[in-house]
Unconditional design. Structure first.
Length: 299
């Protein structure tokens, strides 16, 4: 059986502390047909030396060096273009993958799936110890309304068909690349998931994703990011009319929190649609609590 080629895209920036552990977990993948693309965003530490030492031992590894620092969003966008596989697996520089991650996830690509993802577990120590995580309900399908305000599908968990880039590029300014990819995948296809853990996600103070996404009360920056996301959703010509109307109303509600610390209008909208926007919460009181928290826009 011929396995389709999967390009593992690793974006690095001053990642010498943890990069070896991540690369060790990549070269040990049980999936047969891989290439590993390391795109470095002009690191000033020993990241490139580490990458080069692994490249010397494994011909599947390719290295790209950015002349200027692009930031992680643009670095990923550029690196995806370097992929020669029909599928792309997104990889952070400081996580650890289970050896069977790609092999276990590839069978999820069926029935129109453009993007698939798995569970991950956060850890703080040098090596993962306990597979403990929040059992939020997974998003599966193509109801993009459920992804418009909160999106738990992180880049380090996803594999997607490269053809998705035809619909997703260029990535809009000011939005998270992984959030945008999942939105576009749900518009043009289907998203599938596994409840199994295949990624150990390192939790530390310099982690870009956790710095931006882990606030319990919405910040002004997060509210702006959500507003920009919905603006760009409204520009997708293939959007169903029902989804367009919903996104338009959400955008109008988000505008009411600009320049304020709290918006009653936004709160009412979030409460009214809490079963959709916060579908991953089981209890009504839990959804209401989240709606309240995310009606703020604090410094």
């Amino acid at each position: 059986m011929i396995h389709p080629k999967v390009s593992v895209v690793v974006c690095t920036y001053n990642g010498e502390r943890f990069l070896r552990q991540q690369l060790d977990s990549l070269i040990c993948q049980t999936y047969a047909h891989l290439e590993i693309i390391i795109s470095d965003d002009n690191s000033t530490d020993g990241t490139l030396e580490i990458a080069a030492s692994y490249q010397a031992k494994d011909q599947r590894i390719k290295i790209n060096l950015n002349k200027n620092n692009l930031g992680y969003n643009r670095n990923f966008e550029q690196a995806f273009d370097l992929a020669t596989g029909d599928f792309i697996a997104v990889c952070d520089q400081d996580d650890i993958w289970k050896p069977n991650k790609i092999e276990a996830m590839m069978p999820l690509f069926k029935d129109g799936a453009l993007l698939v993802y798995c569970r991950s577990v956060r850890f703080r120590n040098e090596t993962p110890d306990i597979e403990k995580y929040c059992r939020r309900k997974l998003f599966i399908g193509n109801d993009i309304k459920r992804l418009m305000y909160v999106n738990d599908i992180a880049g380090h968990n996803i594999i997607f068909k490269k053809e998705l880039l035809c619909f997703a590029k260029p990535f809009p300014e000011g939005v998270f690349y992984d959030w945008w990819l999942t939105i576009v995948a749900a518009v043009f296809g289907v998203i599938r998931a596994t409840d199994n853990v295949y990624t150990f996600h390192r939790w530390h103070n310099t982690n870009a994703t956790l710095r931006k996404k882990d606030q319990k009360i919405q910040t002004k920056a997060a509210a702006l990011a959500r507003s920009l996301m919905v603006q760009n959703i409204l520009k997708i010509e293939a959007l169903e009319r029902e989804d367009y109307i919903f996104a338009k109303k959400l955008y109008e509600a988000l505008k009411t929190v600009q320049g304020r610390r709290f918006s009653v209008t936004l709160l009412i909208f979030l409460l009214r649609h809490s079963r959709t926007l916060f579908f991953f919460k089981k209890q009504p009181w839990s959804r209401a609590k989240m709606a309240c928290r995310l009606s703020f826009a604090i410094d």
